[in-house]
Design a binder for this molecule. Structure first.
Ligand code: DC
Length: 227
């Protein structure tokens, strides 16, 4: 079974996808982490994420791996053998990931990796193009969204809780730049699949979103009522 959860940054996809996967005994795959790791590799080489030729040239030297922490189910991401799960969570890398994700060669390499990891497994995968491009035949597709202000507030709270020094305005402007980039790129842009269930999460708690998705899956006969 494949469950696709797409939507813009800060819509709550990753927390919801992870919790849903845990509850259903499925594997959670965060595809944004892969684009972030590519951006980190580009930065570390002193290159610009906006320089498509340079990024394409580096792609062959980037080896990504993912694993799941046994105790928590949290996804870890490795860049050439190094665990970079925390290093990729900065505003600079968010913007860089959005830049590199415009490059078709980068996307095709990431999509191949994503399909490989998911093959033969039951997965809840979150991203921007899962329902439209990676798994157009997914068992169920969701598109989570919220206003830019709600998403920026969530992102601000998340980053400050981790001790990062950012302002609400920085979070908002970064999300708006990424929305624009991600929605308007030519290849596999951020877009709700025609058959996705749209979930507006502004006035919903995380628990309510998870419960709504579970109720929908139960209704479709795709999961049981149990814990
Ligand atoms: O989900 P995230 O915020 O970690 O994603 C970071 C960037 O990666 C996002 O702005 C666009 C890109 N991305 C993508 O293009 N396709 C995906 N499936 C996941 C992320």
């Amino acid at each position: 079974m494949k469950i696709a959860i797409d939507g813009p940054g800060g819509a709550g996809k990753s927390t919801v996808a992870k919790r849903l996967a845990d509850e259903l005994g499925m594997t959670y795959i965060d595809t944004g982490a892969m684009y972030r790791a590519v951006a980190l590799a580009v930065h570390r080489r002193g290159l610009s994420t906006g320089d498509a030729d340079a990024v394409r040239g580096l792609l062959g030297f980037i080896r990504l791996g993912i694993a799941h922490e046994a105790a928590t189910g949290r996804q870890l991401i490795y860049l050439n053998g190094e665990d970079v799960s925390d290093a990729i969570r900065t505003p600079q890398i968010s913007l860089g990931a959005s830049d590199v994700s415009k490059i078709p060669e980068v996307r095709l390499a990431m999509v191949e990796l994503q399909r490989g990891i998911a093959s033969g497994a039951d997965v809840v995968m979150d991203g921007r193009d899962i329902g439209t491009f990676v798994f157009p035949d997914a068992s169920r597709k969701y598109f989570l969204t919220a206003s830019p202000e709600t998403r920026a507030r969530r992102r601000f709270l998340e980053l400050t809780a981790k001790g990062q020094s950012v302002t609400f305005e920085q979070c908002l402007s970064e999300l708006l730049v990424r929305d624009e980039n991600d929605s308007n790129r030519a290849f596999a842009p951020l877009k709700a699949a025609d058959d996705a269930l749209l979930v507006e999460t502004d006035d919903m708690t995380e628990d309510e979103v998870v419960a709504a998705l579970r109720a929908d899956l139960l209704n479709l006969g795709l999961c049981g009522a149990g814990p």
